[in-house]
Structure formats: structure tokens, C-alpha cells
Design a protein. Sequence first.
Length: 278
Amino acid sequence: MKLYAFADEASSMIDGQITAMKENGLDGLEIRNVDNVNVVDISDAKAKEVRKKLDEAELRVWTIGSPIGKIDIEKGSFEQHTERFKRSLEIAEILGADNVRLFSFFTPGDNRADYKDKVIERLGVFAEIAKGTGITLCHENEKGIYGDIPERCLEIHKALPEIKAIFDPANYVQCGVDTLKAWEMIKPYVKYLHIKDALADGNVVPAGKGVGNLKYILDDFKKNGGDSLTIEPHLTVFAGLADLEKEGDKSVVGEVYRYPSNKAAFAAAADALKELLA
């Protein structure tokens, strides 16, 4: 099993991220922020510098943890966002990533289902642009977006089977979803998992300490040939956390388990996963 991580939760700086990855025996990054800049927004020169450092450390980039699809579907310019998506593919190529993570747009919660056609149309634009690049687009379930619950995620994957699923148990828990039910629905489309767990009240906790059924899901994932995971700790507040979620849909972190530093929280998340895999 290859183990990757959002190492910006250990350090905002790429050198600190590399150190955290090496100290915890991980294989590489789902890269999100580099030296306090979103990876999609760095220059070619910076991307090449990061690639060189990772190559020297014998680490790789598995996925571009992009913010694509995390805009309000009714606001802003889709054309501008599409240009940012194209940039994510360029960065993926420079860094040697297999995947680009994306989302299915913030939609009004009281009539989210009404946006199905518009969401699928926009994701279809991304899928068409990505054709022939060798890069897999992977949709993450997330609160506040169209694909917040498995039924709507399934609609996306059935309409656009070339877009694979990232299964995030904690995000389903925070939407009041039974993760075992979600897993049975979505697993035919899953490329990999985000390792994050939560209590029923939404508090994020180490893998296996919440109600996300991670042990069962991990065992089933492995049994069916799954070979890659990304650790997404969310166990303490880190630089950039506030930018990841919409106001009113914030994760509760650091209230049940407390750590002296981001580096310690990152190590605890890695250790919790390794214990489940043992």
C-alpha cells in the first residue's frame, strides 16, 4: 500500500513537508500548498524547484490537491475557473502527478438537487479538457458541494465514469451519512481514500477513533485491489485550513485530541493509519 499525505498540515513550507514525509516513512504528497501558496498558483519555475527537491528526497507527487470546483455555482466566472483548471493540469505534468483532485461546486443546500445538470455539464467540460493528458480527475465528496452525499456522487460518476472517486469517510460523517452505505454505493468508482475520521458530532479524530468505519472500509479496499491512500489529518488548525471550507460548513478540529504542534498532529495521523493497516 502506497501512503501519501497532505503534508502542508505538518508545515506550510515545502522543506518542512519533505521532512515530515521522511520522518513518517511515507511515499509522497497529495500536494495542496507550497510555501504558503496554493500549488495551482505557483510558477513553472517554482514547480520545477519543488520537483527537484522531491526527486532528491525520493518522494513523489501522487495528486494535485486542487481547489477546482470549490466555487459557488451561481457566482464568479466559470471561464476563469476553467483556466485555473487548465493550470492545475500543467502543474500536474511538471510535478509528475497521476491525479488532480476536484469538487462539484458549492450549491444552495435547500435545493441542491436542482443543480444536477449544471454540475455534470461543468465537470464534463473539465473531463473533456483532461482527455489525452494521462491525468485522472478525482472527485472528493465534501459538505456544502453538490456531491456531498453518496446518491449525488453516484450521479456524477455514472454520468462521467472517467472521473473517479476519492472516498472521504469524515466528510460523509459530517453530512450525517452512514459510511458503510456510502462505501457500497461508491466503491466501484473509487480510486483512493482520504484517511480522515470523525465523531458523530463532526469532530475530526485520528483514523479508527471515529464512526467512519475506516477499518472495514480499508480492509475491503485492500481486498479489492486498492493500493493507494492519502492521509488528511485535520487534527489541528494549520495554515490554509480556513480557505478549504465554506463559511457555515467548517470542520471542528482540535477539540477532542490535542497535540503540541502541527508536526505532532501529522505524525499521530500517520501512526493511526499504520495501526489500522497492521
